[in-house]
Design a protein around this ligand. Structure first.
Ligand code: AGP
Length: 613
């Protein structure tokens, strides 16, 4: 997620803005920039650089004095991390600047309209469309920046936090938000706007919460909030009780918990981004700088290559894509792949899956496959990282930066990208009817709300997990796509609770692992819905372990009689269930780590991105 800071008041703005952006660095970013008004109605002072804040700070040598301005750290979505794509974005006059967090879904159609009206674009971003739209609306609204913002917001689809300044009004900052955070810091003779309170918490603890589709205008002495029609709104004021560190975690105890709760938005944002990709893949056109000019019509085999959690996403992908397209799918551990001389041909599509885009095992496996003639389409969460940079095409997930070492929102967004890739191949091969595709797409759109529902019901897991705090190990069983899902649950528990954990296909128990079951062994069982052909089989597996004394925790979308430890998840199509079923597994691992007093965000021996083989 991008970092956003605005200041207007009685002291030089530049240091306050840079300090505020520093406090937002934890959000992850790959470029940064600032804009400040110098002379009334003259060009703004703007500096923006790819890379870390220090690179921007080093370039701020002769900054003119100004007591207002805006600053931004960008986590690239549309267009790579470059100086040109960094925010702020300007109109052609250079007197109006905009910064943005979120995704403007209809930016391409806006861009086409504005370019045909003569606007000249400099970047590949969705945000630049807002700058040009705002400049036109500013003229139409008699140089009223707040009215212009209200008009523009009504034309935008998607999620946004926007800040804008114009040199005609050197002490004014106008902001707007929809499905993306924006808070007001209320000072004495100075006011702040930011994507979260950590940007200004050291200056004021008085804040105002803005609602959906509201526009806020601040000057050093005045704060006014309206709806998009211009009607005044009284924002909710609150006193910030967090300290700066807690503020960085949005008030959550750990980044991992914050990221578990960010999953509904991460899924929704990835659907926004990936859908435009799957549309552009159909039209085989360039799309916002993502290199998607790849012809997949000759592909006869798909091979997912990944590590850890990303590997488990690939395993789910095998079940999904083979069911929807009958194309053969393999899933390979990246660290094994290139040492076994695998069969590769021009009709093989290699799909590296990687949150960081820097995992050396995955990168080396990809290079090996590329050298042997395979096409590469990567799924990645980090714009401009090595794996997508060296791929023939890429589908970016929009989970935002994942700070906790244990991957949560990256996993669910990797699944979303895989589902959309499966739909793309189903269209290419006519293996699903349009009705079936539309049904899947509408189910995908319903997932963020269903994940929210699961998150509202995980509270009992805390107490349930504490019961097994001292267990020697925990076993997980599942069938179908439930099998890779429980593998992911076992990995989460291992890496967070430092507890032995193992996932099994339910049908495998009788071939050996059932010998592990003794009185009190905790077993998490993931059940598909009642109409699934494997539901009965899973129920027998549960009875098998229960009969041998296991403590069974059931995750299902329906009640199972005579089991007191049950976690309910909403109903969905079987192949989409991993998205909902993995949430309780993440929470079990999180709660176990907390109960055991472990470092949740930085578990021992682990790194967020393993850049060595
Ligand atoms: C997941 O919780 C782990 N942190 C780890 O397995 C991770 O998924 C793996 O190292 C792959 O990382 P990547 O997605 O950045 O390539």
């Amino acid at each position: 997620m991008c970092g956003i800071v605005g200041y207007t008041g009685k002291t030089p703005a530049i240091n306050l803005i840079i300090d505020g952006l520093k406090r937002l660095e934890y959000r992850g970013y790959d470029s940064a920039g600032i804009a400040i008004p110098i002379q009334k109605s003259e060009k703004l002072f703007v500096e923006k650089r790819a890379g870390k804040l220090q690179i921007l700070s080093n370039s701020l040598t002769n900054v003119p004095k100004s007591n207002a301005g805006i600053g931004h750290t960008r986590w690239a979505t549309h267009g790579g991390p470059t100086d040109l794509n960094a925010h702020p974005h300007l109109d052609e006059s250079g007197k109006l600047a905009v910064i943005h967090n979120g995704i403007i879904e209809n930016y391409l159609e806006i861009r086409r309209q504005l370019e045909s009206a003569g606007h000249k674009y400099l970047s590949e971003t969705d945000t630049e469309s807002v700058a040009h739209l705002l400049a036109d609306a500013y003229k139409r609204n008699g140089s009223d920046l707040s009215a212009a913002m209200r008009e523009v917001c009504q034309q935008l689809r998607g999620s946004f936090t926007l800040l804008a300044i114009h040199s005609d009004h050197p002490d004014l900052i106008v902001g707007a938000r929809r499905n993306s955070p924006l808070v007001v810091g209320v000072g004495n003779g100075e006011n702040f706007l930011a994507s979260d309170v950590s940007a200004f918490i050291s200056h004021t603890k008085k804040a105002l919460e803005l609602g959906q589709d509201q526009v806020v205008s601040i000057t050093p002495e005045k704060i006014s909030v309206t709806d998009l029609k211009g009607l005044a709104v009284k924002p909710k004021d609150f006193e910030i009780s967090w300290d700066a560190k807690a503020a960085e975690r949005g008030g959550f105890t750990h980044f991992m918990l914050k990221e578990i709760y960010e999953q509904p938005k991460a899924i929704a944002d990835t659907l926004l981004i990936s859908k435009s990709i799957s549309e552009s893949m159909n039209k085989a056109k360039q799309n916002s700088g993502l290199n998607l000019n790849i012809d997949l019509s000759e592909i006869k085999k798909i091979v997912f290559i990944a590590c850890g959690t990303a590997y488990h996403a690939g395993l789910v992908g095998k079940y999904v894509i083979e069911a929807w397209t009958k194309i053969s799918v393999d899933v390979e551990l990246a660290s094994e792949y290139r040492y076994r001389e695998p069969a590769i041909s021009k009709s093989t599509l290699i799909v590296p899956i990687s949150q960081s885009g820097e995992t050396m095992d995955t990168l080396m496996a990809m290079r090996y496959a590329q050298k042997n003639g395979a096409k590469i389409l990567s799924i990645c969460n980090t714009n401009g990282s090595t794996i997508p940079r060296e791929s023939d095409a890429v589908i970016y997930t929009a989970a935002g930066p994942e700070i906790a070492v244990a991957s949560t929102k990256a996993f669910v967004t990797q699944l979303i990208a895989i589902y959309l890739l499966g739909i793309h191949f189903a269209k290419l091969h006519n293996s699903l009817t349009q009705k079936e595709i539309d049904q899947i797409l509408s189910e995908l759109d319903a997932l963020p709300a269903k994940v929210e529902q699961v998150l509202e019901t995980v509270e009992p897991l805390r107490e349930m997990t504490r019961k097994f705090k001292d267990a020697a190990s925990m076993l997980f069983i599942g069938r179908g796509v439930g099998f890779p899902t429980v593998l992911e649950g076992a990995l989460k528990l291992k890496e967070l609770a430092y507890m032995h954990a193992e996932g099994f296909a339910g049908g495998e128990l009788k071939h050996g692992p059932i010998a592990l079951i003794e009185n009190g062994t905790p077993v998490v069982a993931l059940l598909p819905s009642e109409e699934s052909v494997i539901n009965e089989k899973m129920l027998s597996n549960i009875q098998e372990v229960k009969a041998r004394g296991a403590n069974v925790i059931i995750i299902s979308d329906h009640e199972v009689k005579n089991f007191d430890l049950q976690i309910r998840i909403p109903t969905c199509s079987e192949l989409l269930q991993p998205i909902l079923a993995v949430i309780p597994l993440q929470v079990i691992a999180y709660e176990m780590a907390v109960a055991r007093g472990n470092d949740v965000d930085q578990p021992r021996n682990l790194a967020k991105s393993v850049t060595v083989e």
